[in-house]
Design a protein around this ligand. Structure first.
Ligand code: NPW
Ligand code: K
Length: 510
């Protein structure tokens, strides 16, 4: 993911990076005036596309977001829409461009007051964009309160005012938009909650910034998309053999046996050549009866030196998953820790989920010290808080920074799960996932994800891509199954999703 990925449409730009892209465009000969004119124009196109002619109120703020608002107001007026405009700020502090379009506005400038909402059917929110630096106050805040109370449809320029485009955080109350139009590339805050929800439908429009400006930037953030990893995706080869497709080992616990069975089945479905479920002797019969394609190894776990080490002696066992159903009750927690450390010490690709993470809650450093090879950790917010207590403090409260710091601190790829799962690599690169439906928030869904990841690791995909591909496919299967989804459906519907993916990205592959 070094160079070529720069041009990708899935690149996400922070406010700072967008400012640099803008400067680079100007250096390359694009005028700032043209950029603002284009920004206003694309917003108008999106508005006209979505709504029929109606009475519009354009709310302009003191910066260039307000400047875009003047352009929108003038265009809509010229095509015959009833437009009123209110402006918050001072003409004296405008940029040259905003001042120009303020002058070009041919209508009245109304006082910024909530009374204006009385005859308004659509608000264009051009109050604050990338330059937001604090929560809205005074008249802006009163306006937002009134917009929320009256539920008037809103089209936001760049971001709904009050949303931090870099983090997705809402700085105080925000009026949710039905449509948000942003420029050039999405920003992380369009994908991270609550920003994602507050944006409504998101349109990303070209305003004439050349793609080449991306070469000037050191970029580290992407929206998850196959364009990032499809070239590395391990499709079975005609001349292949099951041993070429890896051998995943999944540790199974004694009590909640369903969890690791789901993991093992999912590893098979995603194409691992072989999967062994290593199960404690007490539960061995359960596993052996329930599983067919997955092999079951018997562990004498009462011994001090665990049999798990013996299973791992086989060098063909090239990827390991520990956590789903591993057990935390009493002595089980100690055993889970031992199993995790035994897996890590091999230096082979390892996925740690659920109990494998919680077992180290009192001593996360021991876990981090154990990570010597490729490792993917898949915490949900609760597990994350237990492993990285210091990262839940205010200095790093946004999800991107927390995942990034956690990856750096632990040395693992961290998949911080949720509706906006973030996948962070220890080298600072981050992917935000955006295709997960609400139905995925169900018991066992995480066990399946761990299985998809270990299955891809077994086939040799590097951890950052394996995590990203697994999370994306997990989301796609969730969409495919939809309402009524249970975790068991996920591995079983994967083949359908994989064939669509294959047809789309590899039309010539048999
Ligand atoms: N980059 C590009 O390529 C292009 C960008 N374009 C557009 O420019 C937008 C970014 O413009 P921008 O940088 O002027 O920032 P913007 O959000 O309009 O306002 C900053 C002003 O608001 C103030 N302020 C902040 N928070 C406040 C608060 N809570 N309450 C009150 N005041 C507050 C802040 O004051 P300060 O924090 O300095 O005190 C400053 O005066 C971007 O979103 C896009 O729409 C397009 O034209 C096309 C090309
Ligand atoms: K805005």
């Amino acid at each position: 993911m070094e160079h070529t990925h720069k041009q990708y449409s899935s690149f996400l730009l922070t406010a700072n990076e967008m400012g640099k892209a803008d400067q680079a465009a100007v250096m390359a000969g694009v005028s700032a005036m043209d950029l603002m004119a284009a920004a206003g124009k694309v917003v108008v196109d999106a508005v006209v596309n979505r709504w029929s002619k109606r009475s519009v109120l354009v709310l302009c703020g003191p910066g260039n977001n307000g400047g875009d608002g003047f352009v929108v107001a003038q265009h809509l007026r010229l095509i015959g829409w009833p437009v009123r405009l209110a402006f918050l700020g001072s003409v004296d502090t405008f940029s040259t461009e905003a001042a120009h379009f303020y002058q070009a506005w041919q209508g009245e400038v109304d006082t910024f007051s909530t009374d204006l909402l009385d005859q308004t059917e659509l608000v264009i929110d051009a109050m604050f964009g990338a330059g937001l630096s604090r929560p809205l106050e005074g008249k802006a805040r009163d306006m937002v309160d009134a917009m929320i109370a009256r539920k008037i449809p809103v089209c936001a320029i760049d971001v709904p005012s009050g949303v931090d485009g870099t983090t997705g955080a809402a700085l105080g109350l925000v009026a949710p938009a039905e449509l948000t139009v942003t420029f050039f590339r999405k920003k992380p805050g369009h994908l991270l909650f609550p920003g994602r929800e507050l944006c409504g439908e998101l349109v990303v429009a070209d305003i004439g910034i050349p793609e080449a400006v991306l070469d000037e930037l050191t970029l580290q953030t992407w929206e998850n998309s196959p364009e990032l990893w499809y070239e590395n995706y391990p499709w079975p080869r005609l001349d292949g053999h099951k041993f070429h497709r890896g051998h995943a080992v999944v540790y199974g616990g004694e009590t909640l046996t369903g969890a690791s069975r789901l993991t093992a089945r999912s590893a098979m479905r995603i194409g691992a050549g072989l999967v062994t479920l290593a199960a404690p002797i007490k539960a061995w019969t359960v596993y052996a009866t329930a599983l067919t394609g997955v092999m079951v190894a018997k562990l004498e776990l009462s011994q001090e030196s665990e049999d798990f080490d013996m299973v791992l002696l086989d060098p063909r066992h090239n990827a390991i998953a520990v956590g789903p159903g591993a057990g935390l009750a009493g002595f089980e927690s100690i055993r889970t820790r031992k199993i995790v450390l035994a897996a890590l010490v091999t230096g082979r690709a390892t996925v740690l989920d659920a109990d494998a993470l919680s077992a180290f809650a009192s001593d996360p450093q021991t876990l981090f010290d154990g990570i010597v090879g490729p490792c993917v950790m898949t915490p949900h917010e609760g597990e994350f808080a237990r492993l990285f207590p210091s990262l839940n403090q205010s200095h790093a409260e946004d999800k991107l920074s927390r995942a990034r710091l956690a990856a750096k601190q632990s040395g693992a790829v961290v998949v911080l799960k949720g509706a906006d799962t973030v996948i962070a690599s220890p080298n600072g690169r981050v992917i935000i996932n955006s295709n997960a439906p609400a139905e995925l928030a169900t018991g066992g869904s995480g066990d399946v994800l761990a299985g998809f990841i270990v299955g891809l690791l077994a086939q040799g995909l590097e951890p950052f891509y394996a995590a990203a591909a697994a999370v994306w496919l997990h989301g796609e299967v969730g969409n495919e199954v939809g309402v009524g989804l249970i975790a068991e459906d996920l591995p079983d519907h994967l083949p359908k999703v994989l064939s669509v993916f294959k047809r789309q990205y590899f039309p010539t592959k048999k």
